[in-house]
Design a protein around this ligand. Structure first.
Ligand code: 13P
Ligand code: SF4
Length: 304
């Protein structure tokens, strides 16, 4: 660790103790940010963690919808997002007004929203899901016609795993669409022993070439298996830090070095320290929206 990082880390850990804070980090965060977190995980694991923490302050190292979900679940806690500009462009591809309009066009549809959505969109939805439980959530519903927002690719992936009719919304992740099928084909030729594991936000042509399609948490658990020695990783490259740290003898090959989420990288050790010093920026959801959004998130958490 560089001297500067060591100094910042020490300051963060001291202040974290004084503030009674817990630091949660997503698997795509910068390596040095993952290393100071109390818990690193995928969207589902992070929301489960936020729901059960008894810390008074949650420093959320991730993107806005993740901090918002923590605030939806824990309205009495202070939820800090160290850089308020860390939004998810895919989440911004659906608005509550746009969703209301589509619901009028599809009366009787049950709305499932990906957790990558705003609190307002969650409040307009029947249930929420993450990439870790999307198929289970859809299958658990007593409904045959589903409107899935905003990720068309995750929605398409679910439609290949269920008999239910899924109407898609044209959203997508600008990071995952950078992974092209030919990258996987070429890497497979170079590394014939490697397993190909991709995130369900990838295009269907990429998913078709994969051995496994998993959330970022599922991907980390899969990499821990003894039979996996080499892995081609089809998701945001921040996850490579955790994979290498947890599996020192194994080889992890990013499907694309371009698969970087710039918003995730806005959170730095400096911004985490400033955030704890100033107790800002805080993410808070208006109570009327929060109660409705919480119903959709709770319904998801019941499925697990
Ligand atoms: P996970 O829930 O799999 O961590 O994915 C979150 C995300 O934003 C993927 O781009
Ligand atoms: Fe959003 Fe994609 Fe970044 Fe995930 S990787 S936070 S879906 S833009």
């Amino acid at each position: 660790m560089e001297d500067r990082d060591a100094e910042l880390t020490e300051k963060i850990l001291n202040l974290k103790r004084r503030r009674g804070a817990v630091i949660l980090a997503h698997n795509y965060q910068l390596g040095e940010v993952q290393d100071i977190a109390d818990f690193v995980g995928d969207s589902l694991e992070l929301s489960q963690n936020a729901a059960k923490t008894d810390a008074e302050v949650i420093v959320f190292c991730g993107v806005h919808f993740m901090a918002e979900t923590a605030s939806i679940l824990c309205p009495d806690k202070i939820v800090l997002l160290p850089d308020i500009h860390a939004g998810c462009p895919m989440a911004d591809m659906v608005t509550a007004e746009g969703l209301r309009q589509r619901k009028r066009e599809l009366p009787g549809c049950t709305v499932v929203c990906y957790i990558n959505s705003s609190a307002e969109v969650k409040a307009e939805s029947d249930v929420c899901c993450t990439s870790a439980n999307a198929v289970r959530v859809v299958e658990s519903l007593d409904a045959e016609e589903i409107l899935f927002v905003p990720d068309q690719y995750l929605g398409h992936y679910i439609s290949t795993k269920t008999d239910k009719k899924i109407s898609l919304w044209p959203g997508f992740c600008p990071t995952h669409i950078r992974i092209q099928p030919q990258y996987i084909t070429n890497l497979r030729q170079e590394h014939p022993q490697a397993k190909v594991v991709v995130h369900p936000e990838c295009r269907p042509e990429v998913i078709a070439l994969a051995d496994e399609v998993l959330s970022t948490g599922g991907l980390c658990r899969y990499a821990n298996r003894s039979e996996v020695k080499e892995m081609i990783v089809g998701t945001e490259i921040g996850i490579i830090h955790r994979l290498r740290k947890e599996n020192p003898g194994k080889k992890f090959i990013p499907a694309s070095e371009q698969a970087i989420c710039p918003r995730m990288k806005l959170i730095t050790l400096e911004s985490v320290l400033w955030s704890l010093q100033e107790m800002n920026p805080e993410v808070k959801v208006p109570e009327e929206i929060r109660v409705k959004a919480k119903a959709a998130v709770d319904k998801m958490l019941e499925v697990g």
